[in-house]
Design a protein around this ligand. Structure first.
Ligand SMILES: [Zn+2]
Length: 246
C-alpha cells in the first residue's frame, strides 16, 4: 500500500512482522476464513473510529496503529481509559452483542490496521469457538486495563501515571521512540499541561526519557518501570499470562 512505509509517530519504518496478535493466535484455517473479510486500512493520527454511543460499523485489528479509548466527564473534558494496539481489537462491544461503543475511539498513533464489517464479525464469531475464546479473553483484559486505569487516575501522581502511559504505549507500538505533544499527553491523562511539563522534566532529569522537538525517547526502560506506579505491571502481568489457564 503506498505511504505504508513509514509510521508518522515512529521514527522508523514499519516492520512487516508487526501483525495483529489476536488474529495470529487463531488456527491457520480459521484465519484463512477471516482473510477475505479483512480490509487493510491506513489510519491517520486523530481519526475518530467511534463516537460515543454511535453504531459500530467496523471493528479494527491494529497492526502498527494505536487506538485510545476515551470517556468524557463533561462537555470539555475527556480522559483515556484504555489503549489498544496490535495485541487486540477495537470494537469489543460487538463480540458481546452490543451494537454501540460507550467510548470515543481515536487513533493516537497513525498506522496500519485490518478492519472488518460488524456483520461479518458477527457471522464469523457465531461460527468459531476459537474466535469467541480469543475475543472474550481480550475483552476481559481490556476490562482489567480500564478498571486499573480508573483506580490509577484516582490515586497515583502524574509522574507515575505518565511513566505508566509511556511504557504501555511502547509495548503497543513496539518502539521506544514516538512523536508526541505535551498537550496531547495532558488530554490523555486528564491533567493540566503544566503537570505534564513538570512530570516530563522530572523523568528527564533522572535520565529515564529524552524529550526533544516533539520526539520522546525512552532511555532507560527499567528505570522508567521503577518510576511508574504498580498499575503498569499489574496490567502487563494480566496480558502476559492471559492464556496460562485458557
Ligand atoms: Zn497507577
Amino acid at each position: 500500500m503506498p505511504g505504508a512505509k513509514k509510521n508518522p509517530i515512529l521514527n522508523r519504518p514499519v516492520t512487516p512482522d508487526q501483525i495483529n496478535q489476536l488474529l495470529a493466535a487463531l488456527p491457520r484455517k480459521e484465519y484463512q476464513r477471516l482473510l477475505p473479510h479483512l480490509e487493510p486500512v491506513e489510519l491517520a493520527f486523530g481519526a475518530v473510529l467511534y463516537e460515543p454511543h454511535a453504531r459500530i460499523r467496523h471493528v479494527y485489528f491494529p497492526e502498527t496503529c494505536l487506538v485510545s479509548l476515551l470517556t468524557s466527564v463533561d462537555e470539555n473534558r475527556v480522559a483515556e481509559v484504555g489503549l489498544v494496539g496490535f495485541e487486540g481489537m477495537v470494537g469489543v462491544p460487538v463480540a458481546l452483542g452490543i451494537a454501540t461503543s460507550p467510548f470515543l475511539a481515536v487513533v493516537q498513533g497513525a498506522g496500519r490496521a485490518l478492519r472488518m464489517k460488524t456483520a461479518d464479525l458477527n457471522r464469523e464469531f457465531a461460527a468459531s469457538a476459537t474466535l469467541q475464546r480469543e475475543l472474550y479473553c481480550f475483552t476481559h483484559l481490556l476490562m482489567t486495563q480500564v478498571a486499573q486505569t480508573a483506580a490509577c487516575n484516582r490515586f497515583h501522581v502524574v509522574t507515575q501515571r505518565m511513566a505508566r502511559w509511556l511504557l504501555m504505549t511502547r509495548d503497543r507500538v513496539n518502539s521506544s521512540e514516538f512523536r508526541i505533544t505535551q498537550e496531547f499527553l495532558a488530554r490523555m491523562l486528564g491533567v493540566r499541561r503544566v503537570g505534564i511539563t513538570e512530570a516530563a522534566g522530572s523523568l528527564q532529569r533522572r535520565k529515564l526519557i529524552r524529550y526533544s522537538r516533539g520526539t520522546l525517547t525512552i532511555l532507560d526502560p527499567k528505570g522508567l518501570s521503577a518510576a511508574a506506579c504498580g498499575c503498569y505491571q499489574i496490567v502487563k502481568d494480566s496480558y502476559d499470562h492471559a492464556h496460562d489457564h485458557a
